[in-house]
Design a binder for this molecule. Sequence first.
Ligand SMILES: Cc1ncc(COP(=O)(O)O)c(C=O)c1O
Length: 409
Amino acid sequence: MATARAPAPLDRAMSRQRLTDRVLAARSARVASDSVRTRRVVQAREGMRVKVDGQDLLNFCSNDYLGLSQNLEVIAALQEGAAWHGVGSSASALVSGHGSEHAALENECAEWMGYPRGLLFGSGYLANLAVMQSLLEPGDVCVQDKLNHACLLDGARLSFCELKRYPHRDVEAAMRQLASHKDGAAMLATDGVFSMDGDLAPLRDLALLARAEDATFYVDDAHGIGVIGPDGRGSTAVANLNAREVPLLVLPFGKAFGGQGAMLLGSEALIGHIAETARPYLFTTAPAPGMAAAMRASLRLIRGEPWRRAKVASLIARFRRGALRAGLPLAESYTPIQPLVLGDNARTLAVARRLEAQGFLVGAIRPPTVPEGQSRLRITITAAHSEHEIDALVSALTIICSNPQTAEA
Ligand SMILES: Cc1ncc(COP(=O)(O)O)c(C=O)c1O
């Protein structure tokens, strides 16, 4: 009987795809579809004024919604935290990296939001990976809005559970997806404010659904916390939901808090389990103590100085009035995220470039960050902008978008 011959090493080498060839082909495809992404070096920053490639620009693509990243009290807290506790935390949280600033921030956030316990992560991305990897397993289901942030999707993938995605804000579709999967545990996860659209999730209906279906409801409020709701408590406070109705809530600090990291809030049982078992919590260095101190300062300002929220709200209203008058394609968003959906990549890039030539830095967001055919300018409005700057942006947009050259680009 003939036996199969093992392939000679040379044959194997010849059939294998080379990674370099693959990435070069992918790069060519991105060039052809105007999807290349490049980093820019921000050489200087003062409020929303930035210097990029030697050019002074007004930044309309920052998530620093309250302008706290450059607030002197927040900066002083960071410096003092580093002076007292060192720059790095020197170990993972469960070894010796969890210090008094981290613990105080966890307690203060939990008290503020009315949750039993907080757990501090180095980023929102890590927190989302941790929640799903540690709580869900094969046989479980995680039902998510199609427009959820990428890290919620990645978290579900890391848990090897079944991931189901319902059309944007479609509670009935979510209900069907949960109802069709009765084995194993279930999680219903959504952004509170959608990062590329600025609209709010139907949180009250989703909370009711989660309760009816015995699913754990999980909200990521990266873009709502600090900016909307009573006391700046975000989208769940706008929906008047409490810790019983939203048993798990994550508050990333990279946006309105003006820093870095994320606070996960939940019950003793859920948070305790995540703290002991989540690989993205266990196997990473704890956040810098100075950053924890800075985020405590941001929390004090968010709670104690509501004028920043009021100012953003009034600038958003001003932008929307001007943009509506000019016939710009506004979306249904009343948060600092004001997308102008232009459709194709080339036109979006062309408009962004023209804006830049006139002194405005605006993000041109293209697939895969947004669905195909929905490329957009993601304009963000912050408390560090002025009325005059909002009016200047609207005027520039009006002229550029009505110019036939950019209309056809
Ligand atoms: C909804 C949402 N969740 C999580 C993240 C990630 O948070 P971080 O930047 O802290 O990793 C982002 C964006 O960065 C986001 O928009």
